[in-house]
Design a protein around this ligand. Structure first.
Ligand SMILES: Cc1cc2nc3c(=O)[nH]c(=O)nc-3n(C[C@H](O)[C@H](O)[C@H](O)COP(=O)(O)OP(=O)(O)OC[C@H]3O[C@@H](n4cnc5c(N)ncnc54)[C@H](O)[C@@H]3O)c2cc1C
Length: 277
């Protein structure tokens, strides 16, 4: 089978999907589809003899058995706009290929992220958890104003340094992490699933999760069967360590749970932590 064209994906290709206050995700291109995964896995059998339900079962089998190579045959290119502090987390996914706008070649735009009132949580004891009680709305509004003031001040200083003739690469160094950046990003489906598992988790930063949610919806148009299996077998799954499996066996046999303290807390949390999208 030559180039895959998926009508549902063609409809949304190149459209901007808004994220946060000024960001977006745009699926620029895709290469492959569910059919390409199946075709790659059945390389020795050829295509056209299997029904859709058999294709679905094959994709599910591949995901369940971590036979990941056929998923690397599907590739996506996105155009993303996000604050620099999120882009820094994004870049840690090293299997992605990217090309970012340059603050050396172009003048940075006056575009900064301001978190909404609901996104301004107090610091939680567990640093990667979100606080249960949000900040008081008036306090959050005052912080928004403070952010705005700082951003305006740093952009004014940036602009005046540019006007004085300072090199753009130096003039930009006091711009904050909330400054928006843009980049093209390419990732294969296997590594994209890995990215989504990590970044849709409740421990990932909320702003990052907002981008990851949209990416999942966009790639569903290209490979709905693979995404369905991913959601069921990986995204909504949890893993248990040896002690936890032993405890599960005891509980299922009607015996008392041998775990206690933090081990018990972590064990019980797992029953609440499977992704519920
Ligand atoms: C909640 C959370 C908190 C985090 N906190 C931090 C933090 O404080 N500081 C920080 O620096 N990062 C942090 N990270 C990033 C994290 O450590 C990973 O770098 C990131 O999630 C990318 O995962 P990855 O390596 O699996 O993906 P990719 O980089 O896309 O790599 C995919 C796979 O390829 C292989 N691979 C890629 N590059 C290499 C390499 N150079 N050598 C060997 N194998 C390689 C690995 O098997 C890897 O699993 C955090 C991530 C999350 C989700």
């Amino acid at each position: 089978m030559a180039h895959c064209i998926v009508p549902a994906a063609e409809l949304i290709l190149d459209k901007e999907f808004k994220v946060l206050d000024k960001g977006f995700v745009r699926m620029v291109d895709y290469f492959g589809s569910d059919q390409r995964i199946v075709q790659a896995a059945r390389v020795s059998y050829g295509d056209g003899t299997k029904s859709i339900s058999e294709d679905e079962a094959l994709i599910d089998y591949l995901i369940r058995h971590q036979h990941t190579s056929p998923f690397e045959q599907v590739v996506f290119t996105f155009h993303l706009k996000m604050p620099i502090f999120i882009a820094r987390q994004w870049m840690r996914h090293r299997m992605g290929r990217m090309n970012e706008m340059s603050g050396r070649l172009s003048v940075m735009k006056e575009e900064f992220y301001i978190p909404s009132i609901e996104n301004m949580d107090p610091q939680c004891k567990d640093k990667l958890e979100r606080a249960l009680t949000p900040l008081d709305a008036d306090e959050a509004k005052a912080i928004q104003k403070d952010f705005e003031k700082g951003q305006k001040k740093s952009y004014e200083s940036y602009k005046s340094l540019i006007e004085k003739g300072l090199a753009r690469e130096i003039a930009r160094i006091n711009l904050p992490l909330s400054t928006y950046t843009e980049f093209y990003w390419q990732m294969d489906l296997n590594n994209l699933f890995r990215f989504l598992k990590l970044r849709l988790d409740s421990h990932a930063q909320l702003e990052m999760r907002e981008y990851a949610k949209i990416i999942l919806e966009l790639i569903k148009t290209v490979c709905p069967m693979a995404c369905d299996s991913f959601e069921n077998c990986i995204l909504k799954s949890v893993s248990f360590n040896g002690k936890e499996i032993a405890a599960l066996r005891k509980v299922m046999a009607g015996e008392a749970n041998p775990l206690s303290g933090k081990e018990l807390d972590r064990f019980l949390t797992k029953f609440r932590s499977g992704q519920q999208l």
